[in-house]
Write a protein that binds this ligand. Structure first.
Ligand code: F58
Length: 831
């Protein structure tokens, strides 16, 4: 791909060596940064020193854009987006920033002239694992797209000292290790000690009357924590805009409480410091399960309060008044984790800025909007009222007041319908009392969106049914998207080069331009080169697999890949049933006619989620089992890829032939891995779930391998009374597979190991694996047959890429701007 800075007038020009784009500039500033930035000379520099010097060199150039962006945004005072997310998974910054600046090749040459290899240094970067999975990664893709589309925006979140744990595998089991991502420092962030906010916790409230005779409430906390800003610039692709990701770190208000110290209570002062700092110590590693842990509520409130105070501060510094806050700020809640923002914004406006309740409510509800990412009941956040009251006494009062006013409205519209009131109330009173965060977010938001059309439709039919009956216009859909710059241009240079040679590089700005590839889908020369690119990527992944697991895989086999968080609803164990089905076919007929496959499965399991961890162990057991069988091992390989994260994902998606998107219909809100695979030329085997539905519509049903029950069929089967054992009894193939699993053969005779999984499947099977098994296996057989026809396979692969334009995060952000935020781009010129 051509990587020169484009020469349109509205693109940044650089001045001076320090931020210049030429090879010589980069060489000089790299050496300067090595010398002056970290005090090293090349002869003694470690790989990390070299990486840091290069990161600083790139950061200089990014900051150049940041400064212009801030200036332009100050001048124009345009409405901006504040994205509130408890999680961000940005991935390594270096490669993407180089691409966005358009200086990858110059940097490569500069380093090579100095005797270093750019890719080596890019590999050195530890990624910030400040999220669990799709939700955090989506937030990062959105930050990139906001900047690339030149939308004024700031991302607010938490600077966890320890991000998502590192996963290693010991004896087939997941072992968690602390993620020390800050171990060698982080050259991309800048601490802003002068930008901080105080956040109160606990205590009590008291009424008072002000001099005008107004009834007021004062919150007397028993604890105050300071949030300090850490800023990371997020540069757009080949534009002047560089927005901010501002993450808050908790600090004690004073390092030492001298009063306490003087009284000799030194330890109490130190303890207070430690407990304040604990708030941002570690990310909770659960996906799709929320536990009512008090520290988690503290984290949420901490970052929300800092962020809203910051927004109000900037708003006022720009001459805004609290009552027009919503005109200048669109505040987006990424799921309910920041939903306490509703009560905090009300508190700030009413208690601190002295607005009347109705005005404050107008401002709050016009500023805030909420994205829901899940329909799973165990993932819908609710806080025990008692915990909420203890930590946030004033906010509980505010929630009650909002609830009171809201329910009055509902009562007026649906008189006498007490059950409806109970369902819609912000407080769950069916047993022990809880604050329902999704209800709070929904009531206060002017828009609520789902993340794929199917998900948004289901929301209105299920969790938000009553709310949609009350305000149908509040609900909308914004289908997720991904960042093609990171996941194709940076991750898959071979494919990028090939595409760009044919259709130019406009697709990196406007992904729908990939359509221009369609005429080449059947071109034999293009097909050959397409296959070569894929093969090269598979070879690279094979090297990584061998380094990480010791397993040698053959790049000429089908790379059949399933990577995502491990969860029963995502059905990694359905893939295991298919692997064992192929295994048994080979045992029955060693010459069975199907192509050899390499299954790569990866993902982290929540540390407390027993079944998910057992699924990992099962996959590893199957891996060893087939590897130990000489009659099978050249036809079937099973790899559990340890430590799946953004960095390894960049190597994995480009190498896939087949993408497994096999969740139970109705359970996966959208999925985004599905998009990353398809954009890299993998064909998808999938259910009609999440965004799979829209992907299939786009790429065409002939180019998508569909199997399994639909949402309606799942619901129907459930209500009819699902009996998984019937499938076992009626399907001899399935019976043989489950018997093999239960026999202990996979685990050196230990029958107990897979028992929880087998028993669960036979007697409950809440995710309908057995019901979908036959259709899945049949579909896999069709895929095997298609592989034999490489031309047809390649044609479908090209058509998949050509028709994925819709799934750019740029399109998602356009939709948010239009349907929810009413925010316009601001052009930033970098002189
Ligand atoms: C994911 N949610 C959805 N949650 O599962 C996926 O379908 C969707 O594509 C993605 O969001 C983006 O919209 C998700 O990743 C979490 O990780 C939460 C972390 C905090 C606890 C609850 C789950």
């Amino acid at each position: 791909m051509k990587d020169d800075p484009p020469n349109t007038t509205d693109l940044p020009s650089f001045r001076g060596t320090r931020t210049g784009p030429e090879v010589e500039d980069i060489k000089q500033s790299f050496l300067d940064n090595l010398f002056y930035g970290i005090g090293r000379v090349p002869s003694v520099a470690t790989r990390n020193d070299l990486y840091t010097a290069l990161a600083l060199t790139v950061r200089d150039r990014v900051f150049h854009h940041s400064v212009h962006t801030i200036e332009t945004h100050e001048e124009q005072q345009a409405r901006r987006v504040a994205y509130l997310s408890a999680e961000y998974l940005p991935g390594p910054h270096l490669g993407l920033n180089l691409l966005n600046l358009g200086i990858t090749e110059q940097a490569r040459q500069a380093l090579s002239q100095l005797g270093y290899d750019l890719d080596d240094l890019i590999e050195q970067e530890d990624e910030p694992g400040l999220g669990n999975g799709g939700l955090g990664r989506l937030a990062a893709c959105f930050m990139d797209s906001l900047a690339s589309l030149q939308v004024p925006a700031v991302g607010y979140g938490i600077r966890y000292e320890f991000g998502i744990f590192e996963q290693t595998i010991r004896d087939g089991w997941q072992v968690e290790r602390t993620d020390k991502w800050l171990r060698y420092g982080n050259p991309w962030e800048v601490v802003r000690p002068e930008i901080y906010h105080e956040v109160k916790f606990g205590g009590y409230t008291e009424p008072w009357t002000d001099e005008k005779g107004h009834h007021r409430v004062r919150w007397v906390p028993d604890n105050v924590v300071k949030g300090e800003a850490y800023d990371t610039p997020i540069l757009g692709y080949r534009v002047g805009t560089s927005n901010l990701l501002r993450l808050w770190k908790a600090e004690a208000v004073e390092s030492f409480d001298f009063a306490a110290y003087n009284q000799g209570d030194y330890y109490r002062a130190v303890e207070e410091k430690m407990s304040s700092e604990n708030i941002t110590k570690v990310l909770y590693p659960n996906d799709e399960l929320v536990q009512g842990k008090i520290l988690r509520l503290q984290q949420q409130f901490f970052f929300v309060s800092c962020s809203l105070q910051d927004l109000l501060r900037v708003h006022q510094a720009r001459g805004g008044r609290p009552e027009n806050f919503h005109e200048k700020n669109a505040v987006q809640l990424n799921d309910t984790h920041p939903a306490v923002a509703v009560a905090e914004l009300m508190r700030l406006l009413v208690d601190e800025h002295e607005l009347g309740w109705d005005t404050a409510w107008q401002v709050t509800s016009q500023a805030i909007a909420y994205t829901n990412h899940t329909l799973l009941p165990e993932a819908l956040e609710k806080w025990p009222v008692e915990i909420f009251a203890r930590l946030l006494p004033r906010h509980l009062e505010i929630v009650h007041e909002i609830n009171h006013r809201f329910l009055e409205g509902v009562r007026a519209k649906f008189p006498g319908d007490d059950e409806r009131l109970a369902r819609m109330s912000l407080i769950d009173e069916s047993g022990p009392r809880f604050v329902r965060m999704a209800n709070l977010a929904t009531v206060a938001s002017h828009r609520v969106n789902g993340v794929a059309q199917l998900h948004s439709d289901l929301q209105k039919k299920t969790v938000f049914h009553d709310f949609a009956a009350l305000c149908p216009d509040k609900f909308c859909n914004v289908t997720n998207g991904v960042n093609p710059r990171r996941f194709v241009a940076v991750g898959n240079p071979a494919l990028t080069k090939l595409i760009t040679e044919r259709i130019g590089d406009g697709w990196l700005h406007e992904l729908s331009e990939l359509r221009k590839l369609e005429p080449f889908a059947s071109d034999p020369d293009f097909q050959n080169r397409w296959r070569e690119a894929k093969l090269g990527n598979k070879q690279k992944l094979a090297e990584l697999i061998e380094a990480g697991t010791g397993i040698q895989v053959n790049p000429h086999t089908i790379f059949d890949i399933l990577v995502k968080r491990i969860h029963e609803y995502k059905r990694q164990h359905l893939c295991v049933l298919q692997i064992l089905t192929l295994y048994l076919r080979l045992k029955h007929d060693p010459r069975a006619d199907f192509p050899s496959r390499t299954f790569v499965i990866g993902g982290k399991a929540a540390p407390g989620y027993f079944m998910a961890k057992l699924i990992i162990k099962l996959i590893n057991a199957v891996s060893t089992f087939v590897e130990n069988d000489p009659a099978v091992r050249d036809r079937l390989k099973v790899v559990f890829f340890p430590g799946f994260n953004v960095k390894s994902a960049q190597h994995i998606y480009p190498a896939a032939d087949l993408s497994e998107q096999i969740s139970t219909a109705g359970k996966e809100a959208s999925g985004t891995g599905n998009m990353k695979f398809a954009l890299n030329g993998a064909l998808t085997i999938g259910t009609l779930d999440g965004a799979n539905v829209e992907m299939r519509e786009e790429v065409g049903e002939d180019n998508f391998f569909l199997f399994g029950l639909t949402v309606e069929q799942v619901m129907e089967l459930r209500s009819r009374g699902y009996r998984p054992r019937d499938y076992y009894e009626q399907n001899s193939r399935l019976r043989e597979v489950l018997d093999l699993m239960g026999s202990g053969a996979l685990s050196n005779g230990d029958k107990e190991l897979s028992r929880p999984i087998v028993d669960n499947l036979l007697s409950h099977d809440p995710f309908f694996l057995l019901a979908d098994y036959e259709s899945y296996v049949d579909c896999q057989n069709q895929i095997g047959a298609l592989w034999a026809d490489q031309q047809n396979w390649t044609r479908k692969s090209i058509l998949n890429v050509a028709r994925m334009g819709k799934f750019s995060a740029d399109r998602s952000i356009d939709d948010y701007c239009e349907r929810i935020w009413n925010v316009k781009p601001v052009h930033v010129h970098v002189g």
